[in-house]
Design a protein around this ligand. Structure first.
Ligand SMILES: Cc1cc2nc3c(=O)[nH]c(=O)nc-3n(C[C@H](O)[C@H](O)[C@H](O)COP(=O)(O)OP(=O)(O)OC[C@H]3O[C@@H](n4cnc5c(N)ncnc54)[C@H](O)[C@@H]3O)c2cc1C
Length: 312
């Protein structure tokens, strides 16, 4: 069965639901396809969202989904597994894993990203609890405690590890950067030293976990007590739908989009972590809202042009 919507939103996280709220309140026919958990699902609490600080991540989405449903938005617990431009004015066709085929005049992709964690034993087990990545999300929760930062030899991870290590003394005076075989420049060492961050060289063998993170064990057998560790995952956008729709990507693999999230393909927008890995929940929600207003404006423009054309 084919079903046509003004807008199909792929992804029901903060970005997707925030867009859906704006679009349903603009009286658009909207479907939100919700496949899987949001990125921050491993964390017990979400921080830094004004008026929602400390709320469990799933509670935000449950509340948001109810608001969207209250304005007539359709929430579909399914996954988009195929997308293409339609040959007619409907714009786009989206195939769901459950078999439904939806047609949409406009598409907003808000599918988030995947965190590829370093392959150090213990990291996956404690991810989102005492293995963390964002000081602004959970630095306050581990304030004044012995904190580690896990370095790495990959260039991106290396730069982010130094960056995070330089930030963390804001929250604790006891921060150790475990080099994990990465090479630090003299300038980086100077800056870390100036911030009071200690550096311990050598490969990391595993995290010591006993109900909670207890420390970091090095390949040479040394163990150093720590209560939290910040790691630098590789961020991989969930961008299959954007690829299938023919959007342009930059050299690093992120979709190209303007400030409203409009991609290189007319009628296709992207918002949240799928386009901006640095976006926290409040920023992702704001991006969804901005994209929604741009999408509604685009639909108004298209409908206006059709009517003006019909008159002349
Ligand atoms: C451990 C951890 C803790 C964090 N803590 C905080 C915090 O305290 N405060 C904060 O501001 N930020 C925090 N973040 C960041 C936060 O997770 C992101 O800012 C936020 O999730 C981005 O929202 P989003 O809507 O872009 O993506 P998401 O919330 O990830 O939502 C995207 C949704 O799309 C779904 N999806 C993907 N592909 C498809 C498909 N093909 N079809 C249908 N659905 C699909 C996904 O399953 C997911 O449900 C944390 C991140 C992590 C990893």
């Amino acid at each position: 069965m084919n079903e046509t919507y003004d807008v199909v939103i792929v992804g029901g996280g903060a970005a997707g639901l925030s867009a859906a709220l704006v679009l349903t309140r603009a009286r658009r026919r909207v479907a939100v396809i919700r496949g899987g958990a949001p990125r921050n699902a491993p964390a017990q609490h979400m921080h830094g969202f004004l008026s929602r600080d400390g709320m469990p991540p799933l509670d935000l989405l449950t509340t948001g989904a109810a608001e969207v449903a209250g304005y007539g938005g359709e929430l579909v617990d399914d996954e988009v597994i195929g997308a293409e431009s339609a040959a007619d004015a409907a714009g786009f066709t989206l195939r769901l894993a459950g078999g439904r085929v939806l047609r949409a005049r406009r598409v907003l992709v808000a599918t988030g990203l995947r965190d590829v964690l370093p392959e150090v034993p213990g990291v996956r087990e404690r991810w989102g609890v005492d293995v963390l990545h964002c000081p602004y999300c959970h630095g306050y929760e581990v304030r004044d405690r012995p904190i580690a930062v896990l370095g790495g030899t990959d260039a991106g991870a290396r730069a982010r590890a130094v960056h995070v290590a330089l930030l963390l003394p804001q929250w604790s005076a006891d921060v150790i950067l475990f080099g994990n075989d990465m090479t630090l420049s003299a300038d980086e060492r100077d800056r870390l030293d100036a911030r009071g961050v200690r550096v311990i060289e050598g490969a990391v063998a595993r995290l010591v976990v006993d109900g909670a993170l207890r420390g970091v064990e090095l390949a040479d057998g040394r163990a150093v007590g720590r209560e939290a560790i910040f790691v630098t995952p590789e961020f991989v956008p969930n961008s299959a739908v954007l690829s299938e729709l023919g959007c342009d990507f930059d050299e690093a693999g992120w979709v190209r989009a303007d400030r409203s999230g409009h991609t290189s393909v007319p009628g296709v927008w992207a918002a949240g972590n799928v386009v901006d890995p640095a976006a926290q929940v409040i920023v992702a929600a704001g991006a969804g809202s901005a994209a929604a207003m741009a999408i509604n404006g685009d639909l108004v423009l298209a409908d206006t042009q059709v009517r003006v054309g019909a008159r002349n």
